[in-house]
Design a protein around this ligand. Structure first.
Ligand code: UDP
Length: 245
């Protein structure tokens, strides 16, 4: 009998973009897409990894885009933060159906539907084996859910942050538009910043750098990729302080 592999990372923060919940439509919520995403979450949870989740809201509202259209930026950003709560509730529902115990914690209080984010409480949920969904971003306008993900990962003392994307990792150029783009298996925080590679915004990546939090960027469409990253297998791109030459 072979025993299950021991995960390299005991506590991981997974960042899902709002877009990944939209399925093919690029907008709104696709239940089949959430069904698939939550399968990945269930696998990682079952492997014994303590898992926090930050979900974006770009499938519903992006503050900067709404502001370009004429809305006041701060109101638009609050709409974006509320969008992340809608997404978190959809994920929560699907996780519950799969028997994965979880809690939604919001950065903006809305206690009729979720607990407020309190760091010690979140840690306790993780210790009890619950998946914690951090909703509402940082609770502040002008920030992104990538920054929220890094912030919560640091607060939860996560050992790794997994950024789920539509492509296989960090590339030398945009692989969706440039056929010469090459996958970079390992890269330093500094290089991501200086080469202005569009992985995370600068606030998020510099927060990773300051706190030496490794990031794996992977393709969420590849079945089992999230579990593989949590186990410590080579998948996607690893962003860290040290790069093997
Ligand atoms: N947002 C914000 N503060 C935060 C996190 C998010 O104001 O701490 C707003 C911002 O308007 C953003 C929107 O919520 O555009 C949705 O988040 P994001 O764009 O990061 O989602 P994703 O691209 O991951 O789907």
């Amino acid at each position: 009998m072979t025993s299950a592999p021991v995960p390299k990372y005991r506590r991981v923060l997974l960042k899902l973009s709002g877009e990944s919940l939209a399925g093919g439509e690029g907008f709104g919520i696709s239940l089949p897409a959430i069904d698939r995403l939550t399968e990945e979450v269930r696998e990682v949870h079952e492997a014994g990894v303590a898992l926090g989740l930050v979900v974006g809201g770009g499938n519903i509202v992006r503050g900067a885009v709404a502001a370009e259209g004429g809305m006041e930026r701060v109101s638009a950003d609050y709409m974006g933060m509320l969008a992340t709560v809608i997404n978190a509730l959809a994920i929560q529902d699907m996780l519950e159906k799969k028997g994965v115990e979880n809690r939604v914690l919001t950065a903006i209080r809305m206690e009729q539907l979720a607990e407020p984010y309190i760091r010690r409480r979140a840690l306790r949920h993780l210790e009890k084996g619950r998946v914690v969904l951090f909703a509402g971003g940082t609770g502040n306008p002008y920030f992104s859910t990538d920054t929220a993900a890094v912030l919560r990962a640091i607060e939860m003392e996560a050992e790794l942050i997994i950024k789920a994307t539509k492509v296989d990792g960090v590339h030398s150029a945009d692989p969706l538009h440039d056929p010469t783009a090459e996958l970079i298996p390992e890269i330093s925080y500094l290089e991501v910043m200086t080469r202005e590679l569009k992985v995370m915004d600068i606030t998020a990546i510099s927060l990773c750098k300051d706190n030496r939090l490794p990031v794996v960027v992977l393709n969420i469409q590849r079945r089992g990729a999230v579990l593989a990253a949590a186990l410590g297998d080579r998948v996607g791109t690893l962003i860290s302080g040290e790069v093997e030459s």
